[in-house]
Design a protein around this ligand. Structure first.
Ligand code: SF4
Length: 371
């Protein structure tokens, strides 16, 4: 494939192999190091593989975020969102306000509401159940994508329920799927630096596998570009690949580049100043090569990257542009300049301009309509 290009033979062999079969952890690590022509060859390979396996559509969803509180007892060193109860800007939405915002979103055309919040000292799994029941009462048809594995773990232990009991209860109350956030980097050495109070790698895997077993699909994510190294990134991807082989419950993979600007760990000199564009491209491309069509959908977060760079990332193996996002507080608190509602027409323009086909999807990718 790259015979006429003067690129490293070992890299060329891995890229050629990747068109037909999955790559190993060692091979993925080698690809994460490439530069120059090898990097261009990697991007092209990931793009061709994407075309072969999932076609030319770039999907997006009309969705809305409701972050019901920013009060959090967590101690994540990368978080610029959380507040203590008496801090300026701290808020905690009433139940009827959460339902009202969801109704407004549905009236604006949203088919999914993503509900997440801080680990407020007064909430537990029954509070999450109340949210679901109230929202479903007000807007029965909306898909509720809610509560990270950390929130489930926290809510379960506060309510003295098991994770499984909690998930069964929430599913019955209307939980459609869960964001696979709180994954950060699935390595306990890294977690002990960036989020020491958060659930461990094993606990994250347990919540996710229990969700899948209970019939609650999830996304999966990775927040990279802070203190971890390439080997940690690949280890993370391999953990996700192994879970998917076991459960098949992931709907999509969402890489989240670290927003350093307002992050405490950056201000304290602990983390790097985020990734470079080349690192982002390598992460997207290697993800496609690792997941192939096992996790078919790899999402580009325009909120974090902006539309111009998102276009380039869509040419590195990815096939989803996320959502229209009615309200996005978390990335903006962290310093992202994007993240306000964007009309579908703008997403479509971004997609068509790179020769791809815009398509609107539902949360689980079971309905996809070309525009
Ligand atoms: S990332 Fe989530 S759990 Fe951690 S401090 Fe921020 S709001 Fe709390």
């Amino acid at each position: 494939m790259f015979n006429k290009l003067n690129i490293d033979l070992q890299i060329r062999n891995i890229l050629e192999k990747s068109m037909d079969e999955e790559i190993s952890r060692d091979e993925a690590e080698k690809l994460m190091e490439v530069r120059g022509k090898e990097l261009q060859a990697l991007i092209l390979t990931a793009d061709m593989l994407r075309e072969n396996l999932v076609g030319d559509q770039v999907t997006y969803i009309k969705n809305w975020n409701v972050n019901f509180t920013d009060i959090c007892s967590g101690t994540c060193g990368f978080c610029a969102f959380k507040k203590s109860p008496d801090e300026e800007g701290a808020y905690f939405l009433e139940m009827n306000e959460i339902a009202r915002r969801t109704k407004d979103a549905a009236d604006e055309g949203a088919i999914e509401v993503c509900i997440q919040g801080g680990l407020h000292p007064d909430i537990d799994a029954y509070f999450y159940e109340d949210i679901l029941l109230n929202v479903k009462k007000e807007v029965p048809d909306i898909h509720i994508h809610a509560f990270s594995p950390m929130e489930i773990f926290y809510g379960a232990s506060k309510a003295e329920l098991s994770v499984e009991e909690t998930l069964k209860m929430l599913k019955k109350a209307g939980l459609g799927s869960m964001p696979g956030t709180a994954a950060e980097i699935l390595n306990d050495d890294v977690r002990s630096i960036i989020c020491p109070g958060k659930l461990s790698t094993a606990q994250w895997i347990d919540v996710i596998e229990t969700a899948h077993k209970t019939g609650v699909p999830t996304t999966c994510t990775m927040m990279y570009g802070h203190v971890e190294n390439i080997s940690h990134r690949v280890e993370h991807l391999e953990i996700l690949r192994n879970i998917q082989k076991k459960t098949g419950g992931f709907t999509e993979f969402v890489p989240l580049t670290f927003m350093h600007k307002n992050a405490p760990i950056f201000k304290q000199g602990i983390s790097s100043a985020g990734t470079t564009g080349a690192e982002d491209l390598k992460l997207y491309a290697v993800s496609r090569l690792i997941f192939r069509d096992l996790i078919k959908n790899v999402q580009v977060s325009w909120v974090k990257l902006g539309f111009k760079f998102a276009q380039i990332c869509l040419m590195a193996g990815t096939n989803d542009l996320g959502g229209t996002l009615g309200e996005e507080n978390i990335s903006r608190s962290a310093g992202a300049v994007h993240g306000v509602y964007t009309p579908p027409s703008e997403l479509e323009r971004t997609i068509r301009d790179i020769g791809r086909i815009p398509a609107e999807r539902n949360t689980l990718y079971t309905e996809i309509n070309e525009i």
